[in-house]
Design a protein around this ligand. Structure first.
Ligand code: SAM
Ligand code: DTB
Ligand code: SF4
Length: 328
Protein backbone atom coordinates (compact mmCIF):
# COMPACT_ATOMS: atom_id res chain seq x y z
CA UNK A 1 0.00 0.00 0.00
CA UNK A 2 1.25 3.52 -0.66
CA UNK A 3 0.87 6.55 1.59
CA UNK A 4 -1.94 9.01 1.03
CA UNK A 5 -0.38 12.29 -0.17
CA UNK A 6 -0.99 14.94 2.50
CA UNK A 7 -2.66 17.37 0.12
CA UNK A 8 -5.22 14.70 -0.80
CA UNK A 9 -6.48 14.35 2.75
CA UNK A 10 -9.04 16.99 1.97
CA UNK A 11 -11.62 16.03 4.56
CA UNK A 12 -9.30 17.03 7.37
CA UNK A 13 -9.45 20.57 8.62
CA UNK A 14 -6.10 20.61 10.38
CA UNK A 15 -3.21 18.68 8.77
CA UNK A 16 -2.61 21.07 5.96
CA UNK A 17 -3.34 24.30 7.81
CA UNK A 18 -0.37 26.69 8.09
CA UNK A 19 0.12 26.24 11.84
CA UNK A 20 0.20 22.43 11.65
CA UNK A 21 2.48 22.60 8.65
CA UNK A 22 4.89 24.91 10.44
CA UNK A 23 4.81 22.72 13.57
CA UNK A 24 5.58 19.76 11.36
CA UNK A 25 8.65 21.46 9.90
CA UNK A 26 9.74 22.36 13.39
CA UNK A 27 9.22 18.80 14.62
CA UNK A 28 11.19 17.41 11.70
CA UNK A 29 14.07 19.85 12.24
CA UNK A 30 14.17 18.87 15.92
CA UNK A 31 14.15 15.15 15.09
CA UNK A 32 17.11 15.74 12.77
CA UNK A 33 19.27 17.41 15.45
CA UNK A 34 22.32 15.64 16.87
CA UNK A 35 21.03 13.43 19.70
CA UNK A 36 22.82 15.32 22.48
CA UNK A 37 21.61 18.71 21.24
CA UNK A 38 18.04 17.44 21.09
CA UNK A 39 18.16 15.94 24.57
CA UNK A 40 19.72 19.11 26.01
CA UNK A 41 16.93 21.22 24.52
CA UNK A 42 14.23 18.84 25.72
CA UNK A 43 15.62 18.67 29.27
CA UNK A 44 15.90 22.48 29.36
CA UNK A 45 12.24 22.89 28.36
CA UNK A 46 11.30 20.17 30.84
CA UNK A 47 13.01 21.95 33.75
CA UNK A 48 11.30 25.23 32.87
CA UNK A 49 7.93 23.56 33.28
CA UNK A 50 8.21 20.61 35.67
CA UNK A 51 10.17 19.19 38.56
CA UNK A 52 12.50 16.90 36.53
CA UNK A 53 12.61 14.23 39.24
CA UNK A 54 8.89 13.59 39.57
CA UNK A 55 6.98 11.03 37.53
CA UNK A 56 3.20 10.65 37.48
CA UNK A 57 1.91 7.06 37.55
CA UNK A 58 -1.30 5.70 36.02
CA UNK A 59 -2.60 2.14 36.31
CA UNK A 60 -4.56 0.51 33.49
CA UNK A 61 -7.35 -2.03 33.67
CA UNK A 62 -9.13 -3.65 30.75
CA UNK A 63 -12.80 -3.58 31.84
CA UNK A 64 -14.02 -5.16 28.57
CA UNK A 65 -11.47 -7.31 26.77
CA UNK A 66 -11.35 -8.66 23.20
CA UNK A 67 -13.80 -9.21 20.36
CA UNK A 68 -13.46 -5.69 18.95
CA UNK A 69 -14.97 -5.07 15.49
CA UNK A 70 -12.29 -2.50 14.48
CA UNK A 71 -9.24 -3.48 12.41
CA UNK A 72 -6.38 -1.52 14.07
CA UNK A 73 -3.32 -3.34 12.71
CA UNK A 74 -1.39 -3.23 15.99
CA UNK A 75 -4.13 -4.50 18.27
CA UNK A 76 -4.49 -8.03 19.66
CA UNK A 77 -8.09 -7.30 20.67
CA UNK A 78 -9.44 -6.97 17.14
CA UNK A 79 -11.67 -9.93 16.22
CA UNK A 80 -10.44 -9.53 12.63
CA UNK A 81 -6.89 -10.66 13.41
CA UNK A 82 -5.52 -14.13 14.06
CA UNK A 83 -4.28 -12.86 17.46
CA UNK A 84 -7.95 -12.30 18.36
CA UNK A 85 -7.91 -12.16 22.18
CA UNK A 86 -11.12 -13.93 23.28
CA UNK A 87 -14.08 -11.68 23.91
CA UNK A 88 -14.92 -11.45 27.60
CA UNK A 89 -17.89 -9.97 29.44
CA UNK A 90 -17.52 -6.60 31.14
CA UNK A 91 -15.82 -6.85 34.53
CA UNK A 92 -18.12 -6.59 37.54
CA UNK A 93 -18.11 -3.27 39.42
CA UNK A 94 -16.67 -4.78 42.59
CA UNK A 95 -13.60 -6.13 40.80
CA UNK A 96 -12.94 -2.78 39.13
CA UNK A 97 -13.21 -0.90 42.44
CA UNK A 98 -10.93 -3.41 44.24
CA UNK A 99 -8.32 -3.09 41.47
CA UNK A 100 -8.50 0.70 41.61
CA UNK A 101 -8.03 0.66 45.39
CA UNK A 102 -4.98 -1.61 45.00
CA UNK A 103 -3.57 0.75 42.35
CA UNK A 104 -4.02 3.69 44.71
CA UNK A 105 -2.40 1.76 47.58
CA UNK A 106 0.59 1.05 45.30
CA UNK A 107 1.02 4.77 44.60
CA UNK A 108 -0.78 5.33 41.29
CA UNK A 109 -2.58 8.68 41.09
CA UNK A 110 -4.78 7.84 38.10
CA UNK A 111 -6.80 4.76 37.17
CA UNK A 112 -7.54 4.19 33.49
CA UNK A 113 -10.36 1.87 32.41
CA UNK A 114 -10.16 0.57 28.83
CA UNK A 115 -12.72 -1.20 26.67
CA UNK A 116 -12.29 -3.00 23.34
CA UNK A 117 -15.10 -1.14 21.61
CA UNK A 118 -15.50 0.92 18.47
CA UNK A 119 -17.40 3.16 20.85
CA UNK A 120 -19.81 2.64 23.76
CA UNK A 121 -23.47 1.86 23.05
CA UNK A 122 -25.94 3.56 25.42
CA UNK A 123 -26.42 0.32 27.37
CA UNK A 124 -22.62 -0.13 27.63
CA UNK A 125 -22.08 3.31 29.05
CA UNK A 126 -24.34 2.92 32.10
CA UNK A 127 -22.13 0.37 33.94
CA UNK A 128 -19.02 2.39 33.02
CA UNK A 129 -20.56 5.54 34.54
CA UNK A 130 -21.10 3.57 37.74
CA UNK A 131 -17.45 2.47 37.71
CA UNK A 132 -16.29 6.06 37.24
CA UNK A 133 -18.47 7.25 40.16
CA UNK A 134 -17.20 4.53 42.49
CA UNK A 135 -13.52 4.81 41.52
CA UNK A 136 -13.66 8.59 41.89
CA UNK A 137 -14.95 8.13 45.47
CA UNK A 138 -11.65 6.36 46.31
CA UNK A 139 -9.79 9.64 45.81
CA UNK A 140 -7.86 8.67 42.67
CA UNK A 141 -8.11 10.41 39.29
CA UNK A 142 -10.26 8.63 36.72
CA UNK A 143 -9.56 8.01 33.03
CA UNK A 144 -11.46 6.01 30.41
CA UNK A 145 -10.60 4.83 26.92
CA UNK A 146 -13.74 3.47 25.28
CA UNK A 147 -13.35 4.41 21.61
CA UNK A 148 -15.34 7.01 19.70
CA UNK A 149 -17.91 9.02 21.65
CA UNK A 150 -21.27 10.16 20.33
CA UNK A 151 -22.95 13.47 21.18
CA UNK A 152 -23.78 13.68 24.87
CA UNK A 153 -21.65 10.74 26.02
CA UNK A 154 -18.68 12.88 27.05
CA UNK A 155 -21.04 15.02 29.17
CA UNK A 156 -22.40 11.88 30.86
CA UNK A 157 -18.86 10.76 31.66
CA UNK A 158 -17.96 14.20 33.00
CA UNK A 159 -21.01 14.23 35.24
CA UNK A 160 -20.03 10.84 36.62
CA UNK A 161 -16.67 12.36 37.62
CA UNK A 162 -14.35 11.47 34.73
CA UNK A 163 -11.10 13.47 34.82
CA UNK A 164 -9.36 12.25 31.61
CA UNK A 165 -10.39 10.56 28.38
CA UNK A 166 -7.75 8.72 26.34
CA UNK A 167 -8.17 8.63 22.59
CA UNK A 168 -5.03 8.43 20.48
CA UNK A 169 -4.38 9.94 17.06
CA UNK A 170 -1.98 6.99 16.75
CA UNK A 171 0.12 8.24 13.81
CA UNK A 172 0.45 10.87 11.07
CA UNK A 173 -2.61 11.45 8.86
CA UNK A 174 -0.95 10.08 5.72
CA UNK A 175 0.22 6.85 7.38
CA UNK A 176 -3.03 6.26 9.24
CA UNK A 177 -4.73 4.37 6.38
CA UNK A 178 -1.93 1.79 6.44
CA UNK A 179 -2.90 0.84 9.99
CA UNK A 180 -6.67 1.32 10.39
CA UNK A 181 -9.50 1.37 7.86
CA UNK A 182 -12.63 1.15 10.03
CA UNK A 183 -12.53 4.74 11.33
CA UNK A 184 -10.75 7.77 9.98
CA UNK A 185 -8.56 10.49 11.39
CA UNK A 186 -11.35 13.01 11.47
CA UNK A 187 -13.47 10.63 13.60
CA UNK A 188 -10.67 10.75 16.16
CA UNK A 189 -10.40 14.53 16.06
CA UNK A 190 -14.18 14.76 16.49
CA UNK A 191 -14.10 12.59 19.62
CA UNK A 192 -11.27 14.69 21.07
CA UNK A 193 -13.34 17.82 20.49
CA UNK A 194 -16.34 16.29 22.25
CA UNK A 195 -14.13 15.36 25.21
CA UNK A 196 -12.68 18.85 25.45
CA UNK A 197 -16.03 20.60 25.07
CA UNK A 198 -17.40 18.51 27.94
CA UNK A 199 -14.63 19.81 30.21
CA UNK A 200 -12.72 16.51 30.45
CA UNK A 201 -8.90 16.57 30.22
CA UNK A 202 -7.61 15.17 26.94
CA UNK A 203 -5.16 12.28 26.87
CA UNK A 204 -3.99 11.66 23.31
CA UNK A 205 -0.80 10.35 21.77
CA UNK A 206 0.31 7.65 19.41
CA UNK A 207 2.39 4.62 18.59
CA UNK A 208 5.86 4.64 17.08
CA UNK A 209 7.58 1.69 15.43
CA UNK A 210 4.72 0.75 13.09
CA UNK A 211 6.87 1.18 9.96
CA UNK A 212 6.30 4.94 9.71
CA UNK A 213 9.07 7.29 8.55
CA UNK A 214 10.78 9.96 10.64
CA UNK A 215 8.75 12.54 8.77
CA UNK A 216 5.57 10.73 9.78
CA UNK A 217 6.66 10.73 13.42
CA UNK A 218 7.08 14.50 13.02
CA UNK A 219 3.55 14.54 11.53
CA UNK A 220 2.07 12.80 14.58
CA UNK A 221 3.72 15.16 17.06
CA UNK A 222 2.74 18.23 15.00
CA UNK A 223 -0.85 17.03 14.84
CA UNK A 224 -1.01 16.61 18.63
CA UNK A 225 0.76 19.92 19.29
CA UNK A 226 -1.63 21.78 16.98
CA UNK A 227 -4.64 20.89 19.13
CA UNK A 228 -5.62 24.04 20.95
CA UNK A 229 -4.58 23.60 23.70
CA UNK A 230 -2.43 20.47 23.22
CA UNK A 231 -3.55 17.35 25.15
CA UNK A 232 -2.89 17.57 28.89
CA UNK A 233 -1.51 14.02 28.68
CA UNK A 234 0.43 12.57 25.73
CA UNK A 235 1.08 8.81 25.74
CA UNK A 236 3.95 7.79 23.46
CA UNK A 237 3.67 4.04 22.89
CA UNK A 238 6.27 1.83 21.30
CA UNK A 239 4.49 -0.80 19.21
CA UNK A 240 4.11 -4.01 21.20
CA UNK A 241 4.31 -6.63 18.49
CA UNK A 242 1.78 -9.36 19.14
CA UNK A 243 1.88 -12.56 17.07
CA UNK A 244 -1.14 -12.78 14.77
CA UNK A 245 -1.61 -9.00 14.36
CA UNK A 246 -0.87 -7.51 10.92
CA UNK A 247 1.95 -5.38 12.34
CA UNK A 248 3.80 -8.28 13.97
CA UNK A 249 7.14 -8.64 12.21
CA UNK A 250 7.52 -4.90 11.51
CA UNK A 251 11.19 -3.95 11.51
CA UNK A 252 12.08 -2.74 15.00
CA UNK A 253 12.66 0.98 15.35
CA UNK A 254 16.12 2.02 16.58
CA UNK A 255 15.81 3.02 20.26
CA UNK A 256 17.31 6.42 19.43
CA UNK A 257 14.24 7.21 17.30
CA UNK A 258 11.94 6.44 20.18
CA UNK A 259 13.86 8.72 22.55
CA UNK A 260 13.96 11.45 19.90
CA UNK A 261 10.17 11.27 19.50
CA UNK A 262 9.70 11.69 23.26
CA UNK A 263 12.08 14.69 23.25
CA UNK A 264 10.23 16.44 20.42
CA UNK A 265 6.88 15.82 22.14
CA UNK A 266 8.31 17.47 25.26
CA UNK A 267 9.63 20.51 23.35
CA UNK A 268 6.48 21.12 21.31
CA UNK A 269 4.05 20.40 24.17
CA UNK A 270 5.96 21.95 27.09
CA UNK A 271 3.09 21.98 29.58
CA UNK A 272 1.78 18.46 28.87
CA UNK A 273 2.56 15.30 30.76
CA UNK A 274 4.37 13.07 28.26
CA UNK A 275 3.87 9.40 29.12
CA UNK A 276 6.41 6.71 28.36
CA UNK A 277 3.65 4.19 27.65
CA UNK A 278 3.39 0.72 26.07
CA UNK A 279 6.64 -1.01 25.18
CA UNK A 280 8.54 -0.57 28.45
CA UNK A 281 8.60 -4.33 29.11
CA UNK A 282 10.62 -4.72 25.90
CA UNK A 283 12.80 -1.64 26.54
CA UNK A 284 16.18 -1.56 28.27
CA UNK A 285 16.10 0.43 31.51
CA UNK A 286 18.88 2.67 30.18
CA UNK A 287 16.59 3.67 27.30
CA UNK A 288 13.77 4.37 29.75
CA UNK A 289 16.18 6.58 31.73
CA UNK A 290 16.98 8.49 28.52
CA UNK A 291 13.25 8.97 27.92
CA UNK A 292 12.98 10.57 31.38
CA UNK A 293 15.95 12.78 30.49
CA UNK A 294 14.15 13.65 27.24
CA UNK A 295 11.17 14.90 29.26
CA UNK A 296 8.86 11.92 29.79
CA UNK A 297 7.23 12.43 33.18
CA UNK A 298 4.55 9.78 33.39
CA UNK A 299 4.34 5.98 33.07
CA UNK A 300 1.85 3.14 33.21
CA UNK A 301 2.50 1.42 36.51
CA UNK A 302 1.41 -2.14 37.27
CA UNK A 303 2.13 -5.56 35.83
CA UNK A 304 -0.28 -5.37 32.93
CA UNK A 305 -1.25 -2.84 30.28
CA UNK A 306 -4.56 -3.99 28.74
CA UNK A 307 -3.71 -7.48 27.48
CA UNK A 308 0.10 -7.41 27.34
CA UNK A 309 2.78 -7.17 30.02
CA UNK A 310 4.34 -4.16 31.72
CA UNK A 311 7.39 -4.18 34.05
CA UNK A 312 6.88 -5.53 37.59
CA UNK A 313 6.17 -2.88 40.20
CA UNK A 314 9.28 -3.98 42.11
CA UNK A 315 11.49 -3.39 39.06
CA UNK A 316 9.98 0.04 38.48
CA UNK A 317 10.45 0.96 42.13
CA UNK A 318 14.11 -0.09 41.87
CA UNK A 319 14.56 1.93 38.67
CA UNK A 320 13.00 5.00 40.32
CA UNK A 321 15.32 4.56 43.32
CA UNK A 322 18.40 4.19 41.09
CA UNK A 323 17.47 7.37 39.20
CA UNK A 324 16.39 9.35 42.27
CA UNK A 325 12.89 9.77 40.83
CA UNK A 326 9.84 10.15 42.99
CA UNK A 327 6.13 9.81 42.37
CA UNK A 328 3.93 12.84 41.80
N1 SAM B 1 -10.86 0.57 21.84
C1 SAM B 1 -10.56 1.91 22.21
C2 SAM B 1 -9.90 2.68 21.09
O1 SAM B 1 -9.14 2.08 20.31
O2 SAM B 1 -10.12 3.88 20.99
C3 SAM B 1 -9.73 2.02 23.48
C4 SAM B 1 -8.65 1.00 23.76
S1 SAM B 1 -7.28 0.94 22.64
C5 SAM B 1 -6.51 -0.58 23.08
C6 SAM B 1 -6.22 2.24 23.22
C7 SAM B 1 -4.92 2.50 22.51
O3 SAM B 1 -3.96 1.49 22.86
C8 SAM B 1 -4.90 2.50 21.01
O4 SAM B 1 -5.36 3.69 20.46
C9 SAM B 1 -3.41 2.33 20.71
O5 SAM B 1 -2.79 3.59 20.60
C10 SAM B 1 -2.90 1.57 21.95
N2 SAM B 1 -2.45 0.22 21.59
C11 SAM B 1 -3.23 -0.85 21.30
N3 SAM B 1 -2.50 -1.93 20.99
C12 SAM B 1 -1.20 -1.55 21.06
C13 SAM B 1 0.03 -2.21 20.82
N4 SAM B 1 0.09 -3.49 20.42
N5 SAM B 1 1.18 -1.52 21.00
C14 SAM B 1 1.14 -0.22 21.39
N6 SAM B 1 0.00 0.46 21.62
C15 SAM B 1 -1.16 -0.19 21.45
C1 DTB C 1 -2.28 4.24 25.50
O1 DTB C 1 -1.86 5.17 24.80
N1 DTB C 1 -1.65 3.09 25.72
C2 DTB C 1 -2.44 2.22 26.56
C3 DTB C 1 -3.65 3.11 26.95
N2 DTB C 1 -3.44 4.27 26.16
C4 DTB C 1 -4.99 2.59 26.84
C5 DTB C 1 -2.77 0.91 25.94
C6 DTB C 1 -1.58 0.11 25.47
C7 DTB C 1 -2.05 -1.22 25.00
C8 DTB C 1 -0.92 -2.14 24.66
C9 DTB C 1 -1.40 -3.45 24.15
C10 DTB C 1 -2.22 -4.25 25.13
O2 DTB C 1 -1.82 -4.40 26.31
O3 DTB C 1 -3.25 -4.80 24.72
FE1 SF4 D 1 -10.56 -2.14 19.01
FE2 SF4 D 1 -9.30 -0.19 20.30
FE3 SF4 D 1 -8.01 -2.44 19.57
FE4 SF4 D 1 -8.73 -0.72 17.70
S1 SF4 D 1 -7.27 -0.33 19.39
S2 SF4 D 1 -9.00 -2.95 17.63
S3 SF4 D 1 -10.66 0.03 18.53
S4 SF4 D 1 -9.64 -2.28 21.04
Amino acid sequence: MSRTPLDQIVHLATPTDPRTRSLRHEARALLDLPFNDLLFRAQTVHRENFDPNRIQRSTLLSIKTGGCPEDCGYCPQSSRHAAGVDSEAMLPLGEVVRTAQAAKDNGATRFCMGAAWRGPKARDLEPVLEMVREVKKLGIETCCTLGMLKDGQAEQLREAGLDYYNHNLDTAPEFYGEVITTRDYQDRLDTLERVRNAGIHVCSGGIVGMGESRDERAGLIAQLASLDPPPESVPINQLVQVEGTPLAGTEALPWTEFVRTVAVARILMPKSHVRLSAGRAQMHEAVQALCFLAGANSIFYGEKLLTTGNPDVGRDDALFAALGLSAS
